[in-house]
Design a protein around this ligand. Structure first.
Ligand code: ADP
Ligand code: MG
Length: 279
């Protein structure tokens, strides 16, 4: 793909939505691959004990592999847990292993328990790795792992499924983001909303898309990700859809979404947009 300009300063995005199955992991890995194809260096941090992002990026994450778990516990510098995806030398990943499932509890008694990830992603390490974008894939709950992601990031990317109950939980998410912003990370804001699993054959998809655009305005990307079998098949091959089927509609849509994220830069959700958001 064409090379996009590097952001003037490194961008750190947390991909969050407390609902499971909305496309968090799929969007994290495919946007990361898209940005890498556009010439940018991207670090994906897998913060979900399921390790689905690690799987999709084709990096090892069986128990015993150096992972984000040891990094959060302070046993390993982040750089020592970074792997390069076979898809691109510019696509880096700190994997999650099943060990991470215990971290929610183990972190509780540690100092600076909410800032472990932020501290691990220090500027010198990121500069040395040449990272332009950090994308953090969250588990579907608001525990200490997600709080670490929200403290480490400045931007939140919310994937919203074009389905029934799309906005269910989004109001709660926005309230939680406000709490984190007020108490832990004043710079945190929603910069990007991505509509996923859009089905052009159904009226519902259009209705949801329109409603989300009405509520959230310009933070919603113009690009919409279609429901696509290729997108759902790719992780089974340890690949992003951009490698699995580069010509597919799904691949093109993530390529477009990545370009849009990079070109438009950081956008801030206006406060009045949040008041009507969801339940
Ligand atoms: P989350 O991380 O929010 O739990 P996932 O990204 O794992 O959600 O997606 C949930 C399921 O939906 C997965 O099986 C995934 O392959 C599938 N999926 C995600 N996006 C799409 C899409 N655009 N088209 C078809 N299937 C999708
Ligand atoms: Mg996931």
């Amino acid at each position: 793909g064409e090379t996009l300009p590097k952001p003037s300063s490194r961008r750190v995005l947390t991909v969050a939505n407390q609902k499971g199955g909305v496309g968090k992991t799929t969007s994290t890995v495919n946007l990361a691959a898209a940005l890498a194809l556009h010439g940018l260096t991207v670090l994906v941090v897998d913060l979900d004990p399921q390790g689905n992002a690690s799987t999709a990026l084709g990096v090892e994450h069986h128990s015993g592999v150096s992972s984000i778990y040891e990094v959060l516990l302070g046993e390993l510098p982040l750089a020592d847990a970074v792997q390069t995806s076979p898809e691109s030398e510019r696509l880096l990943c700190v994997p999650a292993t099943i060990d991470l499932a215990g971290a929610e509890i183990e972190l509780v008694s540690l100092v600076a328990r909410e800032a472990r990830l932020k501290n691990a992603l220090d500027g010198a390490t990121m500069d040395r790795l040449g990272v332009d974008f950090v994308l953090i894939d969250c588990p579907p709950s608001l525990g200490l792992l997600t709080v670490n992601a929200l403290v480490a990031a400045t931007e939140v990317l919310i994937p919203i499924q074009c389905e029934y109950y799309a906005l269910e939980g989004v109001g709660q998410l926005l309230k939680n983001l406000e709490l984190v912003q007020a108490h832990l990370n004043p710079a945190l804001h929603v910069s990007t909303i991505l509509l996923t699993m859009y089905d052009g054959r159904t009226k519902l998809s259009d209705q949801v898309a329109n409603e989300v655009r009405r509520h959230f305005g310009e933070v919603v990307l113009r690009t919409v990700i279609p429901r696509s079998v290729k997108i759902s098949e790719a992780p089974g091959y340890g690949q992003t859809v951009l490698t699995y089927d580069p010509g597919s509609r799904g691949a093109m849509s993530y390529l477009d979404a990545g370009r849009e994220v990079a070109v438009r830069g950081d956008v801030t959700l206006r406060p009045q947009d949040t008041t009507t958001g969801g339940d």
